[in-house]
Design a protein. Structure first.
Length: 401
């Protein structure tokens, strides 16, 4: 069996590969986001403020962004499966480490464990996207990658929903141990799906600086990466701060706030897959119209969420924003892969994911700084609105892939 290939439309087991990669990614993403739903009890334990405590979330994204090019090189030198295996083991180690650091009350040790987890989770995500992209032909690739990327909202929704419940029952540090073990269970299913898939062999080579610059200079890769940065910035703005916002501004319990916010990523299960289906089946494989629609519809929703004072209406707007923000996320993975040579798709994905995750870690930290600086969430929502407007402008300038 060869793992380094481009599957034909008849590749046997390709749906098993997709299912296995999806389940592993769900578990990893749940661990990635779970601190966002338990920030208040962590602040109480460590005696820290919002801007510092949120680094338990942001450290994972920062490490992911900084290590992603290295992960791409590791994939090119070895294989997707070898990197995914090592990454899963590191996630389990990070989970145990984070659990013990929380019990001992060591804040910076916890942050360090989260950085290790971020590197490994990023490797799981990149290898999964790479394998799924290679298992399906161009005509089905947008749909398949759209389905794969629904693993992120599924995992984030689970992490947001279960995090406070686990904290109440066993204490907030137990989340890191529990979701770390869940990732090991997800790997078993990934292992089965992977080995039941036949991949056609393709030549591999380790990219040099010239190759990297050549990929970056592709307009679709450059625009797709910047737009991905904006989309993930908006995605993490809501996922990281909305539980605390609802708890503080609307006096909801943290459990209830996290339940409402879990709907934001969860609706992406439909929208991420839907974006790929719309592009493949109704737009003849064109990606740009879906990206434009995503940002254009998100901008007014961000404004509405920031000004409404009625909880029910806010939750409805939050669900709608969850759908529109994530509509384009699955599309980006096809958008950048389609303009480069087969041997450089891993590099293109690494560039895209690095940009996306940079937005994911910068935005929560910057938002925390804005809230501390102004004492209000208004400036934070203004910032989010500016991100959405920038997405609208750039999506109209972006080329078709």
């Amino acid at each position: 069996m060869v793992d380094d290939g481009t599957g034909s439309p008849g590749t046997s087991g390709r749906w098993g590969c997709l299912a296995g990669a999806w389940l592993l990614s769900v578990a990893a993403n749940a661990l990635l986001i779970v601190p966002a739903g338990i920030l208040p009890p962590m602040m109480e334990t460590f005696g820290t403020g919002p801007a510092l405590t949120v680094w338990v979330v942001s450290a994972a994204f920062a490490a992911w962004a900084l290590s992603n090019f290295g992960v791409g090189l590791a994939i090119d030198r070895t294989s997707d499966f070898a990197v995914a295996t090592a990454a899963t083991l590191l996630i389990a180690v990070a989970g145990v480490w984070g659990w013990q650091a929380g019990l001992d009350g060591h804040f910076w040790s916890l942050v360090s464990s989260r950085a290790l987890a971020g590197i490994a989770i990023g490797a799981v995500w990149t290898t999964g996207a790479n394998l799924v992209g290679r298992a399906f032909s161009h005509g089905a690739q947008g749909t398949a990658l759209g389905v794969f990327t629904t693993s992120a909202p599924a995992g984030l929704g689970i992490g947001q929903l279960l995090g406070p419940l686990v904290a109440v029952r066993w204490g907030w540090p137990a989340n890191f141990l529990g979701f770390g073990i869940a990732t090991l269970c997800g790997f078993v299913l990934f292992f089965v799906g992977y080995w039941r898939t036949d991949f056609a062999e393709v030549e591999r080579s380790v990219p040099g600086l010239t190759d990297l610059l050549g990929v970056v200079r592709q307009p679709a890769v450059a625009y797709g990466s910047v737009l991905g940065f904006l989309a993930y910035s908006l995605f993490l703005f809501f996922n990281s701060w909305m539980p605390t916002y609802l708890a503080q501004e609307f006096t909801l319990s943290l459990t209830m706030s996290s339940l409402f916010v879990a709907l934001f990523p969860a609706v992406g299960i439909v929208s991420r897959a839907g974006g790929g289906v719309i592009s493949d089946r109704f737009l003849d494989g064109r990606r740009r119209p879906v990206i434009r629609l995503s940002f254009l519809s998100t901008a007014p929703l961000v404004v509405g969420i920031g000004v409404t004072a009625e909880v029910g209406f806010l939750v409805a707007l939050l669900v709608a924003a969850g759908f529109t923000v994530q509509l384009s996320i699955g599309i980006f993975y096809s958008y950048v892969r389609e303009v480069v040579e087969t041997t450089r798709t891993g590099t293109a994905l690494s560039i895209l994911v690095t940009a996306c995750i940079t937005g994911a870690f910068l935005t929560p930290a910057f938002t925390g700084w804005l809230i501390d600086r102004t004492g209000s969430y208004s400036s934070a929502f203004t910032f989010a609105g500016m991100l959405a407007v920038a997405g609208v402008v750039l999506s109209w300038r972006a080329p078709e892939s």
